[in-house]
Ligand binder design. Structure first.
Ligand SMILES: O=C(O)CCC(=O)C(=O)O
Ligand SMILES: [Fe+2]
Length: 281
């Protein structure tokens, strides 16, 4: 069995400690064999069947033959239409980890769940980035997954860098949607490919640098992931007169304070991190 510096047993304190230190944690054998079969069947349905608990179903934003669905495990129909997936993302152990990670702040626990089915392609499922919207994600592969299947990659401990990058841009008056988040590949160090068994639990802070791998010919990747956000999180667009709206306006003094509110960078040492609006993350 593959194990990492951040692998731990099913224990809240160890998981939260790993999340703090590495931005990621791996808990082997979370879903039983029996449940996995049922979850795979529901996964196939969630991508195409109609249900009021489904928010959207579409092609994958970056994987040409892939599919994705967004689902609310808290909708009244969720437990009837997709019982196993709903129970998985309402799980109390997951909730306790999320609460402990953000305490004393309140959270929206797994307010959205994504099912993604990726197919062979020439390009990575997603390029190196950190998410513009703050979250932790509960992630499960539904089949044993290696690099051949386009395994997820993460740079442990970069969640601190993403956290402060995002905070810096927001305080400078950049909107959430405009945060430069596609990381220049030449800055990537010590990436880890998450080659895991079906049903292992992976949790990561999406402020850490991460990407999807490349699905090789004749392979597939099946992922279920739940997104947990801090409550009342600032979203992509700002309502007039909201805090974010004022920060974006000329009244934000940080826009006028030059190098008093930021570090200088030499012309040859510019940051080439790009903003990307091609897909939601
Ligand atoms: O699908 C992948 O491997 C990357 C997913 C991702 O970027 C995310 O969940 O934030
Ligand atoms: Fe992401």
């Amino acid at each position: 069995m593959q194990s990492y510096d951040f692998t731990c047993s099913q224990d809240i304190d160890s998981a939260v400690k790993n999340m703090r230190n590495f931005g990621i944690t791996h808990v082997p054998n979370f879903i039983s064999e029996g449940e996995l079969g049922l979850i795979n069947t529901e996964f196939e349905k969630i991508l195409i069947n109609p249900s009021k608990a489904i928010i959207s179903q579409s092609g994958h934003p970056m994987n040409p033959d892939g599919r994705t669905a967004r689902f609310s495990p808290w909708h009244n129909d969720a437990l009837t239409d997709f019982p196993e997936i709903t129970k998985l993302f309402r799980n109390d152990f997951l909730k306790k980890i999320a609460e402990a990670y953000f305490a004393p702040h309140e959270i929206d626990f797994n307010d959205e769940v994504f099912a993604t089915h990726e197919k062979p392609a020439e390009t990575p499922i997603l390029p190196w980035h950190f998410d513009r919207m703050q979250s932790i994600k509960f992630w499960f592969y539904l089949t044993d997954t290696t690099k051949e299947n386009g395994a997820f990659e993460y740079c442990p401990s970069t969640h601190w860098e993403g956290h402060y990058r995002a905070g810096f841009h927001l305080s400078q008056g950049c909107g959430v949607e405009d945060i430069p988040n596609d990381i220049d590949e030449s800055l990537i160090r010590n990436p880890v490919s998450l080659e895991l068994k079906a049903g292992d639990l992976l949790i990561f802070d999406s402020d850490g640098f991460h990407r999807g791998g490349i699905v090789q010919p004749d392979q597939e990747r099946r992922v279920l992931r739940g997104h947990t956000h801090p409550k009342n999180l600032r979203r992509y667009s700002d309502k007039p007169l909201s805090a974010g709206w004022w920060l974006k306006s000329f009244l934000n003094i940080n826009k006028w304070t030059g190098n008093a509110s930021k570090r200088i960078l030499g012309d040859q040492v510019q940051d080439h991190t790009l903003n990307r609006k091609k897909h939601k993350n």
